[in-house]
Design a protein around this ligand. Sequence first.
Ligand code: ZN
Length: 191
Amino acid sequence: MEVGKELTEDMWQAIVKNDATYDDKMIYALKTTGIFCKPSCKSRMPNKVNVSIFNNVKEALSANFRPCKRCNPTKERLPDHEWVDEITKYIEANYNESLRLQTIAYMCHGSPYHMHRTFKRIKGITPASYIQQLRINKAAEFLIHTDRNIADIAIKVGIPSTTYFVTLFKKISGFTPKDYRQINRNYKDVL
Ligand SMILES: [Zn+2]
């Protein structure tokens, strides 16, 4: 019985050259060994006639092939650290928008629950706290280096409610935004 997709010349070249750019496009399995690999796998070059191609790991598994121990194709696509870096970058680029965890998770290709757990394990802080911290840090810079009013700064860092902004700022920095600005300016004058 034929399983999987047709093996095109492109796919075959990807397998021959261990081309990692094909890793998220296909999986190849060997009828002889019953094992499937990512295109980038450095295992011995297979005989072309024994190769079956699948769109993804799930398909290969449901055709009763087993994952290769060497290239570990069933592992998450990205190691957790890289994934968390990606999430962090997304947050840093969008902290001034109304960021919802669901959106971040969606944009970074994960479930909100998994993202929350992984982020916390690696950064030691939840994504929500990280966002708050980042917003307050940015707000602190605006308070010191600009004359923008507080409501304006709140919006600028993605917090539309001034009242909430003031509460959060105080909770995280220990000062109200107004005091924070004053103290830091006085300090600068002394220097
Ligand atoms: Zn392999």
